[in-house]
Ligand binder design. Structure first.
Ligand SMILES: Cc1cc2nc3c(=O)[nH]c(=O)nc-3n(C[C@H](O)[C@H](O)[C@H](O)COP(=O)(O)O)c2cc1C
Length: 586
């Protein structure tokens, strides 16, 4: 196809994919043509053939998940690199890793791919970039690519062309309801026109299933995170959706971008004015969808002063202005977005009552990132989401509402048509041991996330007469009377729970957290570790997961008579064997 750069991405929630697309756009500026590829959809054995293309280059944006694992779409590519011995001699490459420093296996996938390509004889044209989602991954990426392109140009003897290929021009026309045939109008579908009315499997992030909502329940009982209407705190809710999935599907569902609740009465049509071929094989509806959403939100923002949650980075803001043909309306739109997102508290925005009819849309679209999916627990015939509804005041005095949790919180079961949530299911690495007889220790303060599903699974096997191993739960919250969620279901669980250890951090004089209980129960925990036990930790990565890890290392030190380093290595060994799993976030 006349392209010389292949850009592979390993991405779960879209950041890596977006970075790959941006690199493809950059390439045009240097007279090169890139193709963005999902490794799942290509054959890695073809990689060495790229060497035959003049000035060929492989760029990779690889995210890390779980315990240093690749993303689902890069799993096979990872295995191919790990096991394979296909030489990549002469192939030029550079890697940008996406990760988060609060995880123990920081950017493992990016590091692995970078190292492995070198081992297989490929030539690194630019140093490995490490993006840290805990601080500012956008800045990390921009800094990396600012160094990458000069290095690539130097290697290929190229100069930057004057053409700015990173942006596209679109026309943008507003229609009133009735002007266009409704059958031709996207109303928020991600990929296929009317896919929400006419549901067709297979379901995935771009074609989610609209699951009917059966229950929406407040789990907190008072406290400053109650959902009482007069309270501005964060209510905790549990939404159950049911009757939608076949039991043989894998177990971790996600909630993707939701369709707009009500079809808009104002319709925008965007047309690409550019004759250049697209750098990415995105189907047109995807673009329209983004444009539609953006246009719709801009319209609402500028006139109704609704809220938007996206933040525009300073680097992007500059490029937006640099290429904007109509500076004023664009500047106004950006200011509006910034003010509403609380990013720039000094700016005040007034639309002056005018309609921004001719905003050059594409200069803004790249900066509106897609919503990230929410994850939840799965149960054979229903999906449960347990979430704190996110709501807080920004420094500029605006109220920011978490998109997905606030959307969910308003969904009441029943109704005609019934309230539905768009979902899809993907495989999780965080799984119970294959043998139900093996003991498990679950440590999950806060929402206790997937453990409800784990306990239900153990109870199911017990009822079926199987020899279920010890099932131990460590749960922590603030106060028994307020946020001891699922406390009322204990009776149901006792049939399978061997031990329930509760840490209430604000009930007594002394703050008690799960790691304290773990330290107290060192004898019984060590027995579990010795007896093929599996440990699962779920929740806050920054503090809890580290403290729990340290508490377990101390137990190993004391009980097995090891030095600190030996105990750390022992716990690492458990992790490698899949006997210590963490599903943690920050
Ligand atoms: C559940 C979860 C697990 C993660 N595990 C790791 C990890 O082990 N190491 C790491 O460096 N980053 C980890 N991250 C951070 C992601 O790699 C990072 O947010 C990245 O930007 C996601 O890219 P994507 O949007 O392309 O999927 C994790 C993130 C989540 C949500």
């Amino acid at each position: 196809q006349g392209r010389n750069i292949a850009i592979l991405y390993g991405s779960q929630t879209g950041t890596g994919e977006e970075f790959a697309n941006r690199l493809a756009k950059d390439a045009q500026r240097y007279g090169m043509k890139a193709l963005v590829l999902d490794p799942e959809e290509c054959n890695a054995d073809d990689l060495p053939q790229l060497i035959d293309i003049p000035n060929s280059l492989v760029l990779m944006c690889m995210a890390t998940y779980g315990e240093g694992d690749p993303t689902d779409n890069a799993q096979d590519f990872h295995d191919w690199l790990k096991q394979g011995d296909t030489m990549l001699t002469g192939l030029r490459y550079a890697v940008f890793g996406l990760g988060n420093k609060t995880y123990e296996h920081y950017n493992s996938m990016g590091k692995f791919v970078d190292k492995r390509f070198e081992e297989l004889g490929a030539e690194r044209v630019y140093e490995l970039g490490l993006g840290d989602d805990d601080t500012n991954i956008e800045e990390d990426f921009v800094t990396w690519k600012e160094g990458l392109w000069p290095a690539v140009c130097q290697r290929f003897g190229l100069e930057a062309s004057m053409e700015d290929g990173s942006f596209r021009a679109y026309s943008f026309t507003k229609y009133e309801d009735g002007d266009l045939d409704p059958k031709t109008i996207y109303t928020g579908e991600v990929a296929r026109l009317h896919s929400y009315d006419n549901q067709r499997p297979p379901y995935d992030a771009k074609n989610p299933y609209l699951a009917p909502i059966q229950v929406n329940r407040e789990l907190h009982n008072g406290g400053d995170r109650s959902s009482a209407p007069t309270n501005t705190g964060n209510p905790l809710r549990n939404c159950t959706k049911s009757g939608w999935w076949t039991p043989d599907e894998p177990s971790s569902p996600s909630l993707p971008t939701s369709p707009p609740a009500n079809p808009p009465s104002t319709i925008f049509v965007s047309c690409c004015l550019d004759s250049r071929p697209a750098t990415t094989p995105l189907p047109a509806p995807q673009g329209n969808f983004t444009l539609f959403l953006l246009a719709h939100s801009l319209y609402i923002h500028l006139h109704n002063k609704c809220d938007i949650k996206q933040v525009i980075s300073s680097t992007n803001r500059l490029s937006v202005l640099r290429i904007a043909k109509k500076r004023k309306p664009v500047l106004r739109a950006i200011r509006a977005l910034e003010v509403f997102s609380g990013k720039n508290s000094n700016m005040k925005y007034s639309s002056g009552g005018r309609t921004p009819q001719h905003i050059t849309i594409p200069i803004i679209t790249p900066h509106i990132l897609p919503l990230k999916p929410l994850t939840s627990q799965a149960h054979p015939n229903s999906i449960h989401i347990c979430a704190v509804v996110v709501k807080y005041e920004t420094k500029a005095g605006y109220t920011n509402l978490g998109v997905a949790t606030n959307w969910l919180s308003t969904k009441t079961p029943g109704g005609e048509p019934p309230a539905r949530a768009p979902i899809y299911v993907r495989k999780s690495q965080f799984r119970l041991p294959f043998k139900v007889s093996h003991p498990v220790v679950m440590i999950g303060p806060g929402t206790g996330a997937p453990f409800i599903g784990f306990i239900q699974d153990r109870a199911y096997h017990k009822e079926a007469g199987k020899d279920v191993g010890k099932t131990i739960l460590y749960f922590g919250c603030r106060k028994r009377s307020e946020d001891f969620i699922y406390g009322d279901q204990l009776d149901e669980w006792w049939s399978v729970l061997t031990e329930l250890n509760l840490a209430f951090s604000r009930d007594g004089e002394k703050k008690v957290y799960v790691q304290h209980l773990i330290a107290e129960n060192r004898d019984s925990l060590w027995k579990v570790i010795e007896g093929h036990g599996h440990i699962y930790v779920c929740g806050d990565a920054r503090h809890m997961a580290r403290d729990v890890h340290d508490a377990i290392v101390s137990i190993v030190e004391e009980k097995a008579g090891k030095t600190h380093q030996q105990a750390v290595d022992f716990v690492k060994g458990l992790m490698n064997k899949g006997r210590y799993s963490a599903d943690v976030w920050s």
